[in-house]
Design a protein around this ligand. Structure first.
Ligand code: PMP
Length: 457
């Protein structure tokens, strides 16, 4: 048996021995929900771990194992689990407001809406939704209505939520992606229609020449260009690429949409917009702005956003609604989160700890002669095992994802939680000690995995 396969089996055995309660619950879960999960992303092989409690930077599973948590609910929890200010904000909704929701406007919509609008689009307007996908869906609808066009330009490997119109070429297999300079639109879900594929223009991230010629070629059809300004939340667009994209879309009158669901309040307080000082027409937010409750928002220029205004009731505008939009509980908890994050040096502290962990991982990997790129800004990063550069989706697919999975399985067994191959997201609750312990655990896993240096896949 090849040595790596041997190690993988040993790790799997260890995982199964430690998580018998999760295995049992997963069997029960499969009886009530398809695939045993309520969101596709929650599954990983051989079965996911069921958590019972979380506090600060730690989670405890149903078998009593303790983990340092770097998932932080896919980045949504920037203050950590059960933050005191957040808890108090939730309690005050009951104490002061008396209920969770009224179905009417409430003061917190104006208060929190103003705060987010001023940070992300001063002079613009905001609309809350209940998830990131609802935000991207709304932003694209606004762009389509504004331009009267229907083709959506998006980048290969960029995720914008589980919505039919955007489930194109975010998770394509290498074999179907086609020419790197003219990527094929590839369906990511069985329900994606042929019309959706033909109304999708797929662009290669960080390749300006190809991106420019593809946009120019179909400019007359394009309703918008939407992107994750940091692919996977961590792979930055080069400043030149971002500047050129902004200029070209402005010149051609194509709305530019930043999907900042991952990067908002993580790469900077003002997200990727602040990082690049390059601003889109519409920004989609989610995750952190709900403080751990379901949320999304679109914030952007008056011109695009006011299509949703009172006048939108008839055919003159864009209809958008939702029973829970602007939910007072969500907005109160979200605002408490943002207030705490912006207080004193809190955000900077998260960035400093994140950098300490990145440095420690980088040192360990090079000490073990494992070639890697560690990418990300602010409070989030990811590791790519590769000798090459990582500037877009195809580079990610060419990196050694198998070795990375082994590494993450080893970390899980050692009590460090991340969804295998996913990003590391830190929080205000992570301590210097958590960072040190994580570094020690990584060293132990790397010792166990040992040489040889992984090959590129
Ligand atoms: N856009 C991006 C960039 C995301 O990362 C996500 C979720 N990970 C979404 C949209 C969808 O957000 P939600 O899961 O809240 O629907």
């Amino acid at each position: 048996m090849p040595a790596e396969q041997n190690k993988e089996e040993k790790m799997l055995e260890e995982y199964k021995a430690k998580t018998r309660g999760s295995a049992k619950l997963f069997e029960a879960a499969k009886q009530v929900s398809p695939g045993g999960v309520m969101a596709g992303i929650k599954f990983f092989e051989p079965y996911p771990i069921f958590m019972r409690h979380a506090k600060g930077a730690h989670m405890k599973d149903v078998d009593g194992n303790d983990y340092i948590d770097y998932l932080m609910s896919y980045g949504a929890l920037i203050l950590g689990h059960g933050n005191e200010q957040v808890r108090r904000a939730a309690e005050q909704v009951f104490e002061k407001f008396g209920t969770t929701v009224t179905g009417t406007p409430s003061e917190i919509e104006v208060e929190y809406g103003t705060l987010l609008r001023d940070l992300y689009h001063p002079g613009g307007l905001i609309r809350f939704t209940n998830s990131g996908l609802e935000a991207t869906l709304l932003a694209v609808r606004l762009a389509k209505a504004y331009t009267g066009r229907s083709c959506v330009a998006k980048f290969e490997g960029h995720y914008h939520g589980a919505v039919e119109h955007l489930l194109v070429s975010y998770n394509s297999p290498m074999s179907k992606m086609g020419d790197p300079e003219r990527p094929e639109p590839v369906s990511d879900s069985k329900d994606v229609r042929d019309e959706t594929l033909s109304e999708s223009l797929i662009l290669p991230f960080n390749d300006w020449e190809s991106t420019e010629s593809l946009i120019v070629e179909r400019a007359e059809e394009l309703a918008c260009v939407i992107l994750e300004p940091f692919e996977e939340g961590v792979i930055a667009g080069t400043p030149g690429f971002m500047r050129n994209l902004r200029k070209l879309t402005t010149d051609l009158g194509i709305p530019l949409i930043y999907d900042e669901v991952k990067t908002g309040f993580r790469v900077r307080i003002g997200g990727a917009s602040e990082f690049y000082s390059i601003f889109p027409d519409l920004t989609c937010l989610g995750k952190i702005i709900g403080g751990g409750l379901p949320v999304g928002a679109v914030v952007g220029s008056q011109e695009l956003m006011e299509q949703l205004g009172q006048g939108a009731k008839g055919r003159g505008g864009v209809f958008h609604s939702g029973t829970f939009n602007g939910n007072p509980m969500t907005l109160s908890v979200g605002k408490a989160t943002i207030d705490e994050l912006r207080s004193g040096d809190n955000f900077m502290e998260i960035c400093v700890r994140t950098k300490a962990l990145k440095d420690s991982i980088s040192t360990s990997l090079s000490h073990h002669r494992i070639p890697a790129c560690i990418l990300g800004e602010g409070g989030m990063f990811n590791i790519y095992i590769t000798e090459g550069q990582v500037i877009n989706y195809r580079d990610v697919q060419s990196s050694d994802l198998r070795f990375r999975r082994l590494l993450d399985m080893g970390l899980l067994n050692g009590g460090v939680y991340l969804k295998p191959t996913n990003r590391f997201c830190l929080s205000l609750a992570h301590s210097d000690d958590d960072i040190r312990v994580t570094g020690d655990k990584l060293e132990a896993v790397l010792d166990e995995l040992g040489p040889p240096i992984p090959k590129r896949t």
